[in-house]
Design a protein around this ligand. Sequence first.
Ligand code: AMP
Ligand code: GLY
Length: 417
Amino acid sequence: MKTLVIGTGGREHALARALSLDPAVSEVHAAPGNPGIAAVATLHHVDPLDGSAVADLAERLGVGLVVVGPEAPLVAGVADVVAARGIPVFGPSGEAAQLEGSKTFAKDVMAAAGVPTARAHTCTTPEEAAAALDEFGPTYVVKDDGLAAGKGVVVTDDRAEALAHAAACERVVIEEFLDGPEVSLFAITDGTTVHPLQPAQDFKRIFDGDAGPNTGGMGAYTPLPWAPADLVDEVLRDVLQPTVDEMARRGTPFAGLLYAGLALTSRGTRVIEFNARFGDPETQPLMALLDSPLSPLLLGAATGRLADVEPPRWKSGAAVAVVVASAGYPESSSKGDVISGVEAAEALPGVHVIHAGTALGGPAGDDLVTAGGRVLAVIATGEDIAGARASAYDGVNAIAFEGAQHRSDIALHSSTV
Ligand code: AMP
Ligand code: GLY
């Protein structure tokens, strides 16, 4: 089968790489891709937000599966256009992607499905925002209601900062603070059957010790030895299946990847957020440990036949991803800085490099250069988290570019969280 992956980032590189290793996949195409994806797929120039252009490309290539990676094309309805041409597409409809596109919509679905989440108010005026902040008290949590790539959230004890963020957004969701460790639990679904993946953990803040502003994610690892043994069963029963069932009941079935961002609080498991696509960077270590071929799972979800596909199997051991970001991230990013050491990192045992914001540039146009905030991630597998972590940091230390920044504590406290 030929496949086409839409997107440019680390998640798309990890998915395209997994598809390239799948014996059932004859060709991997990607649009628009990046220099890392070019090593595992044939790249095409197509605007990922242009559904007709994506569907035209898929028809011209004769692909049997289109995978839409990022949230923006999903919310824009790109999967709908591809599906309307009769091409199997992994990714929810624009309506179903509102689970990520609107936090208010997600809260409404969770309330209807009885899914445990933080109490929240949607506010559109400074007065409403102030009242909601005072109702819940510190620590304050203020979220932009629309798509914000994980960066529209301010969590702070400073009431003035919380109010300022509310004023800067048109519509905000203000909610109670959830304590406890965070878990990212992904599930592949066709709208009826739900196959959860192994839990992973993401590191959202820019600096060590979870200091500084939120980012798209600075690192991740899987599995989580400290998580309760029945976590996946519990979340499937109390969160994933009820949400999928509620979306079907509304006539907007959710098929694709349902990402539950969870807090394991002192009062039980709560949903922090849903996303409508694979998480980045959690997908990178997950794909490194996935033992089943990826394409049957994605195709089963795309065609309503997931019940016929075996749940995913996992390799033993652990995988750790450490993101290397460019100067200025997350407030800004630096473009065009020459990157060295990727080959040296990949020569280390059990290590590979996933490209996120890279491009070809420099005087001859053939240097690998930075082209975004999160530039690349070093992924390592190992017998346990400590081993995978040590290898990932060996890889990070081999890579250099002007202003490169990374966290040094990814997966560090993984057995004691
Ligand atoms: P979101 O975009 O909703 O995933 O939020 C981004 C990050 O902000 C989450 O991963 C959490 O670290 C933090 N966060 C969001 N909501 C809450 C909450 N209610 N309580 C505590 N932290 C939160
Ligand atoms: N890792 C966070 C996200 O993908 O939104």
